[in-house]
Design a protein around this ligand. Structure first.
Ligand code: G
Ligand code: G
Ligand code: NA
Ligand code: MN
Length: 254
């Protein structure tokens, strides 16, 4: 309960921040960022969403919080679009299952895009498999409506949930995101390497892009590259960074 009132106050007092983690291509060139939420609490310090997103979900606070994330991310996209060095960047935004489940989710996203002036083609919404247990027709309808406007979809933590391949086939996705648990064990566990390989082949067969997350070493990156992976995210390329540092990284691009 203390956490819930803290979160509510945090929203009111603008204590939430977006951090930006780089996503790069095979040559290490910056493709864009994933926006990761942080709570700068005066009492608790910098709090990870792993700690407060579940509480925000239960209390319904995830809705105003999710809207804040979307608005902040789209405002940033619009600002980047005005500068040549950053105009082509994409920004991935995590969407929680209950946020997506709202009847007005599509309208909400379109309204934020219109209000901020962000290019929908630069916005990538990250969904998790947990969301797919909902009525699949409804999920497809929402995704299709946003996709028609140019918004992209990435399936986060792929391989850890319980989505069936039959579902997957029907969803208008753009990208699969190899979960970091497989990447972590890639070099020591043949099964993890086999799963990563399978996800890469699956994405190619289905005409989807693929990105590996949690890449921490060059040997992980090299193995993933040899399996055909095209995009990477992880500490090897950069931690989630505050805006100023993300923009410094941007300025240092060749
Ligand atoms: O940023 P970190 O690596 O600590 O993230 C922990 C978890 O919180 C991850 O599962 C991540 O997907 C989730 N997360 C980060 N930012 C957001 C956000 O803006 N909204 C939602 N719903 N989840 C987020
Ligand atoms: O669930 P999701 O994939 O959205 O969450 C991303 C989470 O992974 C965040 O908590 C982020 O801080 C974390 N993360 C990002 N890069 C790495 C990495 O290279 N190694 C590990 N262990 N975690 C990472
Ligand atoms: Na994510
Ligand atoms: Mn993930």
């Amino acid at each position: 309960a203390a956490l819930v009132s803290g979160l509510r106050e945090g929203l009111r007092k603008q204590q939430f921040r977006l951090y930006y983690q780089p996503q790069v291509d095979r040559d290490g060139r910056l493709l864009g960022f994933e926006a990761l939420l942080r709570w700068q609490s005066p009492q608790r310090g910098l709090v990870s969403p792993a700690e407060f997103v579940p509480v925000a979900e239960e209390s319904g606070l995830i809705l105003p919080l999710g809207l804040w994330v979307l608005e902040s991310a789209c405002s940033q996209l619009a600002a980047w679009a005005r500068q040549p060095a950053s105009a082509g960047l994409s920004l991935a935004v995590n969407v929680s299952a209950s946020q997506f489940a709202r009847a007005d989710f599509v309208e909400q996203v379109l309204e934020v895009l219109a209000r901020t002036g962000a290019n929908p083609r630069r916005l990538k919404l990250e969904l998790t498999e947990s969301l797919l247990v909902a009525r699949v027709e409804e999920v497809i309808a929402k995704m299709s409506a946003l996709k028609a406007r140019g918004v992209g979809f990435s399936l986060d933590d792929f391989g850890t949930g319980y989505s069936s391949l039959a579902y997957l086939r029907r969803l208008p996705l753009d990208q699969l995101k190899i979960d970091k648990s497989f990447v972590r064990d890639l070099l020591v566990d043949p099964n993890s390497a086999a799963i990563a390989h399978t996800i890469i082949v699956l994405s190619q067969t289905m005409g989807l892009a693929v990105i590996a997350e949690g890449v921490e070493s060059a040997s992980q990156r090299d193995l993933l590259a040899s399996l055909g992976c095209q995009a990477y995210q992880g500490y090897l390329f950069g931690q989630p960074l505050p805006l100023e540092q993300a923009e410094q990284l941007l300025a240092a691009q060749p």
